[in-house]
Design a protein around this ligand. Structure first.
Ligand SMILES: [Zn+2]
Length: 114
């Protein structure tokens, strides 16, 4: 499952952060998940809960913020939320779009216990 490797690298990042801040444990992890990231939130949660045992994240709660797909029209510079996979500018009907958000997943913030 894709989510397991995602969580593994996420854990590495969290541990690095916690160490830099001399934290004893992590109480909360907030991640942003783009709707186009290909990550299933419930699978990510499951993977996180599996991996966190006996790590610095053992008592951490995972909070997931779902990020809409944001596109910018290269023709009229209109920025909009893509819904139902309609990759077309609602203003000028152009397909010449650039995705500006919602494509990936990243660590937004951490709550650490020191
Ligand atoms: Zn447009």
């Amino acid at each position: 499952m894709h989510e397991f490797s995602v969580v593994q690298s996420l854990m590495g990042l969290i541990e690095q952060n916690a160490m830099q801040n001399n934290a004893k444990s992590v109480s909360k992890v907030i991640v942003k998940i783009g709707k186009m990231s290909g990550i299933e939130p419930h699978l990510l949660k499951m993977a996180f809960d599996t991996f966190k045992e006996k790590t610095i994240c053992e008592n951490a709660e995972l909070e997931m913020v779902i990020q809409d797909i944001i596109a910018k029209c290269e023709d009229c510079q209109n920025e909009f939320i893509v819904e139902n996979n309609q990759f077309i500018c609602p203003k000028c009907q152009s397909f010449n779009l650039k995705i500006t958000d919602g494509e990936d997943m990243y660590l937004m913030s951490l709550e650490l216990d020191v």
